[in-house]
Design a protein around this ligand. Structure first.
Ligand code: ADP
Ligand code: MG
Length: 487
């Protein structure tokens, strides 16, 4: 006799004809959307059923709902109608059981595997005529892709002017500023813009370090004359990070000669450094040459500029991050743009490798791992923080909702799935702890739940906080985000 213990109820499968229809629709959608968009928003989706003219599309997470309604409903309907003109509307239903359940939903990576793009082998340098060598310009570093804020307005305008008229008014052009603020981007962008107008121009981009190595090599092989001759053929000379020439007298001397020859010939010279000319530890005659032209600084971007840069880069990498997530990064990563990009790249990796939508929570986690904990207070001692009002319960709810990417409505509602249950319990806990709300009052706020339910929820969270350091950190993070004060 077979064992009587009944196996778990077999997973319901997607109706085969609906599955075929959905795969057809997805194939069309794939052609219309960017890959990452497609994978993010359509993975683990399904058709749950159809009734007359209505098609019920299943989504695996509550946070998908608003996005689909806003961005994909019309497009999806339009495509569905190509296969079945009797469908007149699409309704969505969130069903968490669709997640990672290939019998009930479509595993996009299986059906629509990525077609690997062939990588172009990385070449560092190209030869121009007569043995002149330039480093390859990064195609991403264009003036158009540079986000202009008040911190870079002058520098960017100067680059554009130089691109329009190399060897004109702004010669040399000298850009300075701290690490990771966009100097290399601007320098290369200017080079690219000049090449676009005059493809035959000998535009040489190099770093001061590389220039030094070339000088050393020329000396070693007794080819100094050849070296000089080569540089005389250059139309535009771009040298990055000239602070590197400090204490390298021989290289400075060579650079001085090259500079003079090109300058006399009205060839454009563009230079960057990490500080203004007069602070460079270089020969005075070089410094005075730098001061002849246009000097512009590249400084720290403000919050709005950081946010704009992030949005642009996210679009560039084809990731779609929630506005709150972008705002969170822009708010907490302030030191330079490279760091901003670094965090974004981590988020992209998370998204591509694990197919997880970055949330404030996951970003905060990434930053903590990189030792940039957004919740370590950087307020200098000795300053009184302005007295701020305690947030309202509504604000707490919204904070929790943003942090976990679940809707306030779901938190108030009846669902008991973990993804919603925990945020709900945390919101209750915060209301009780910080606003001293009664369990009765909290019960009312959550669809008239009984006050004992609230009491239990608060107790559970308090218990878990004792043993679960991750949860504790998350709650601290939310408190900080919402502006809840410890008391
Ligand atoms: P620096 O040379 O000043 O150290 P980079 O030019 O290498 O800095 O910039 C670091 C990164 O930040 C680059 O990837 C660059 O594209 C990006 N970046 C900096 N500023 C901006 C900006 N305003 N808009 C777009 N990208 C920027
Ligand atoms: Mg640089």
């Amino acid at each position: 006799m077979t064992a009587l213990s009944s196996p778990p109820a077999p997973a319901v499968q997607m109706d085969p004809s609906l599955r075929d229809l959905w795969i057809d629709v997805l194939r069309h959608l794939e052609g219309k959307l960017q890959r990452s968009q497609f994978i993010t928003w359509f993975n683990d989706t399904a058709i749950l059923g159809r009734e007359e003219g209505t098609l019920v599309v299943g989504l695996p997470l509550p946070m998908f709902l608003g996005w689909h309604m806003e961005h994909y409903r019309a497009l999806t309907l339009e495509i569905v109608q190509q296969f079945d003109s009797s469908i007149r509307q699409i309704v969505y239903k969130v069903d968490i059981g669709l997640k990672d359940n290939p019998q009930r939903s479509i595993d996009l990576l299986k059906y629509f595997p990525e077609q690997r793009r062939r990588k172009i082998p990385g070449k560092q340098e190209v030869k121009l005529a007569e043995g002149i060598v330039t480093k390859i310009l990064n195609p991403r570093y264009t003036l158009e892709h540079f986000i202009v804020g008040s911190n870079t307005r002058l520098a960017h305008a100067a680059c554009q002017a130089v691109a329009m008229q190399p060897g004109g008014k702004y010669n040399p052009l000298f850009l300075y500023g701290g690490v990771g603020l966009g100097k290399t981007h601007l320098l290369q962008g200017t080079g690219t813009a000049i090449l676009k107008q005059s493809p035959k121009a000998a535009v040489v981009y190099t770093t001061a370090e590389d220039f030094t190595n070339q000088v050393i090599e020329a000396i070693q092989h007794a080819k100094m004359e050849q070296f000089r001759r080569r540089y005389r053929l250059v139309d535009v000379l771009i040298i990055d990070d000239v602070q590197f020439l400090a204490n390298k007298e021989r290289t400075q001397e060579e650079f001085f000669h090259t500079f003079n020859v090109l300058y006399e010939d009205r060839k454009q010279i563009i230079i960057s450094a990490d500080r203004p000319p007069q602070e460079l530890q270089l020969e005075d005659r070089l410094i005075s040459r730098f001061e002849r032209g246009m000097i512009a600084d590249v400084s720290l971007p403000d919050y709005e500029t950081r946010l704009a840069i992030l949005s642009e880069k996210a679009a560039d990498y084809e990731v779609f991050l929630d506005t709150h997530v972008l705002q969170f990064i822009a708010e907490h990563v302030t030191r330079n743009v490279r760091e901003l990009e670094g965090i974004l790249m981590q988020a992209v990796a998370l998204y591509e490798l694990e197919q997880r939508m970055p949330t404030i929570k996951s970003i905060a986690e990434i930053m903590r791992k990189l030792n940039k904990d957004p919740y370590v207070d950087e307020t200098p001692v000795g300053f009184e923080k302005p007295e701020k009002k305690q947030p309202t319960f509504q604000e707490i709810m919204e904070g929790v909702s943003r942090y976990y990417s679940v809707s306030v409505q779901d938190m108030i509602g009846a669902s008991r799935v973990r993804e919603i249950l925990i945020p709900r319990q945390i919101a209750m806990h915060l209301g009780r702890k910080h606003l001293r709300m009664s369990t009765v009052r909290l019960g009312e706020a959550f669809s008239n739940r009984d006050h004992t339910t609230v009491m239990n929820a608060c107790r559970k969270i308090a218990d878990r906080m004792q043993n679960d350091s991750q949860l504790l950190r998350e709650i601290r993070a939310i408190e900080k985000e919402v502006g809840l004060k410890d008391d």
